[in-house]
Write a protein of this length. Structure first.
Length: 318
């Protein structure tokens, strides 16, 4: 049973009894993982009485041998396996940001080694009666600061600026005839420089302060009732103890794996004790490798979809 409550522009969806059927078992050994700060879990059970398959990894923020970062390409895409080889076979490789196919570029922020290397799409082109106008939003992202803590914020980038900016709450979307956002407007007065070692963008936000808080209406990632559709998903979150959780959910495979709604993912992260969580690019892009081995099976008939960016974790002990 689900109850939908609209509060302002945010969507809060509460599910009852749905996740009582899902449990997790540790499968680190099956992927050859020996680092105690990195554990792998596989789902057991069904979701809403339907076939379900997912994996997540938990990364101990205190484990000094684990190095986290993002990697991206310029005007080209690589499969996660190709990124795995490019990055000298790290422990984890997973897809992250949304992208466009025409130029093979990210449409979300990517910070790599502390440097801003990819930008948010500033304006969403209008259609129909809104042709020649653009809808402006702040895109959500997850990043790690120098103090090792993780944050999820709403971000602003511009190709003319060397650094990214953020605020802790979403922007009320607005529409005008300009494809770019003017940071000097009063509506952006609370933006601050975001100093992070790495960051990957996506959206919408799923959890805030440990509670389901899906800000799709503010981020405009999915239209209409699409947030209630079940698809393959990739998402990240962090626990009260500050550990990072990266999850990949298999989908679009009848009788094997149905996928998940945004609310399903939010509830899964909440049940794992997360304080914050964010949705990343999903569908045919969802793919997570541990020691080069696929966890979920990608939904594209041809296998792994090439992507322009990944998040990865390298183990200096290997």
């Amino acid at each position: 049973m689900k109850k939908l409550i609209l509060i302002g522009a945010s969507i809060f969806i509460f599910s009852q009894f749905v996740f009582a059927q899902i449990s997790w078992k540790e499968v680190s050994a099956e992927f050859g993982v020996t680092n105690k700060g990195f554990t792998v879990y596989e789902s057991v059970g069904t979701l809403a009485d339907s076939a379900f398959r997912a994996f997540y990894v938990k990364i101990d923020k205190a484990e000094k041998s684990l190095h986290m970062d993002a990697d991206t390409t310029l005007y080209r895409r690589l499969t996660p396996t190709q990124f795995y080889e490019k990055l000298n076979q790290p422990l984890l490789v997973v897809n992250c940001s949304f992208f466009e196919f025409k130029n093979n570029t990210n449409v979300n922020i990517i910070v790599q080694k502390g440097k801003l290397v990819a930008h948010n799409m500033q304006g969403i082109p209008g259609k129909g009666k809104d042709t020649l106008t653009y809808l402006h939003v702040l895109n959500a992202a997850i990043g790690r600061k120098a103090n090792k803590n993780f944050e999820i914020n709403y971000t602003y980038t511009d190709s003319s600026l060397l650094e990214s900016y953020y605020q802790t709450y979403p922007l009320k979307p607005y529409r005008d005839s300009s494809s770019k956002m003017n940071r000097m407007e009063a509506r952006f007065s609370n933006l601050k420089p975001w100093k992070v070692n790495w960051a990957v963008g996506g959206g919408p936000v799923l959890l805030k302060n440990g509670e389901v808080n899906i800000t799709n209406n503010e981020e405009h990632k999915f239209a209409g009732k699409a947030i209630l559709d079940r698809h393959p998903r990739t998402a990240m979150g962090y626990t009260k103890d500050g550990d990072l959780i990266v999850m990949a959910i298999q989908g679009r495979m009848k009788g094997i794996a149905i996928g998940a709604t945004l609310n399903d993912i939010a509830m899964l992260f909440k049940d794992l004790g997360c304080e914050g969580a964010i949705n990343l690019d999903g569908g045919g892009s969802s793919c997570m490798l541990v020691n080069g081995k696929e966890t979920i099976k990608p939904s594209d008939p041809t296998g792994q979809r090439p992507v322009p960016a990944v998040f990865y974790v390298a183990d200096s002990k290997q």
